[in-house]
Design a protein around this ligand. Sequence first.
Ligand code: G6P
Length: 618
Amino acid sequence: MCGIVGYVGHQAAGPILLEGLQRLEYRGYDSSGIAVLDHDGALSVMKREGKLRDLQAAIERMPGGATGIGHTRWATHGQPSDRNAHPHASSSGDVIVVQNGIVENYRELKAELQERLDAEGRSWQSDTDTEVIPELISRELAAGKSFGDALASAIGRLRGANAIAAVHRGSPNRIYAARKGSAGGIVIGYGDGEMFVASDLPALLPHTTSVYHLEDGEIAAIDPESVTIRGQGGTQFQPEPTQVDLDPVAIARGPFRHFMLKEIHEQPRALSDTIRGRARLEPASALPDDLDLPTETLASIERVLVIGMGTSLHAAMIGRWWIEQIAGIPADFDNASEFRFRAPLLGPSTLVVAVTQSGETIDTLGAMNHVRDRWGAPQVVITNVDGSEATRQADTSIIIRCGPEVGVASTKTFVGSLAALYLLACRIGHAQGRLSTEALSKRLEQLLTAPSLLERGIGQAARCAQIAQLFGAASNFLVLGRGIEYPLAMEAALKCKEISYVHAEGYAAGEMKHGPIALLDQGFPVIALAPRGPLFDKMTSTIQQVRARRAPVIAVGDEGDAELAELVDHFIAVPPAPPLLTPFSLTPVVQLLAYQLALTRGLDIDQPRNLAKTVTVE
Ligand code: G6P
């Protein structure tokens, strides 16, 4: 949520900051801004409501400077406007701050600072919580502190998780960055006589692969040639950067019209990368080198709880199904934001599996904290980001290796998370002796067919486009699924909402008669996920009930299923898959339908309104 960038060195900071913000725009795009300092401490700030392109033209007229910070915003306090866009300045104008997170006690701090502002005849320049930060720093400076001390004191006063970058007129060749709690990361990139700062790696990759991830509680003073960290407790040190192994090409859109489309097409490769070396057939083993949990722990687990948010929650729902069916032990899923505020009864023999592609989602991290503090239950995280906060909190991690996902709506990380959950179910079942080595081998062999199922599902792109053309004007959809396809119905509806702004409900088909059926008429299309499987007959009964209400039915079913094709108004064929693997054959169609609907409606697919890819605020 919100993207932060910074630069200090020998080049003009403006274009570098702007390019970095373009790569972080997926984190928020309500407004953006940059502040640039020249060597003499002359400061220019430019900010604009709207997309970055609105800022771009303004920046061309901005004075130069080789030090600066920038921000792309997802509004929390104060609506999107020029006034509320970051950076924010102290009333004295010499301290400039960008922030990601929420200052939870900002009202209290504002009230405290108000008296001084009134006395000086000054007033707040925005409706944000952020503005208290430069003001607090400025007060500490006025009391005679160094900038580093003033920043540390100000941060000490803030409640809530926050990541900050700051510049000070008095230190024109230096930027500061700080991190408190889990408000998304701050990464420092080491260049040659120049340094970069960003919320996330994609903004740094074009410049450097030598990085340092700021830890919770650390404050960095960043000069062109060196970085000095003030750790918790005030210790100072110069960190050792590490090398990241990420290909800048992975974050280019290539020939695809949208990142989302590119990432849908990358799914067979992403899934293969997730399972590489983790689905060994002879002798059969799942995740052989990954889980840093003793086999005895895995063997003694009595229950598994899978948590997540958004698309990751839908992966968790499917994971629950696999753990029950493959590992043969009780399993549950939960929405992390609800779970953490209940009084769930876990006990140490429950394994908690957190699914979070970013590893930074605040509710998922909050739930993981709750598990650790209250229950001490073992935790596995399934994530795409090695080194993310979730990997630090969990006992062990499964990194899904999907490569950077830029489209705001998750696609390839969904299938990567699914593959990891399937492997985990296999590993637990085997460790518990409930899945024989022979059965494990069969399960893994089936998983190895998943990339081709995805490939063939993607092959239905043209058919999805035709259906989207037919239903482009519909305002509602009901998506029905049963069994393992029910979470996919939820995911289909989420995708329609996220990128097509269509009201869609994902329902368990059996539940349709208990309310949603009242909505149906000729103008209310129903998408039925109906591959052949144990519940197929029940699904066709539901389809009959829908048809009896004259609602148009679009069925997604097995290639060659003439009976189903005959029964419905529109048919999309997917490759027949073993019963537990239908999520892989259906997922691309579900995604492509939403993508094509959004395209028909001319929407901004990679940056849907009001959303952010990484949700680091509550
Ligand atoms: C946001 C994104 C979704 C994502 C969800 C959970 O809402 O827009 O695509 O599924 O966060 O994110 P996570 O990083 O925890 O998987």
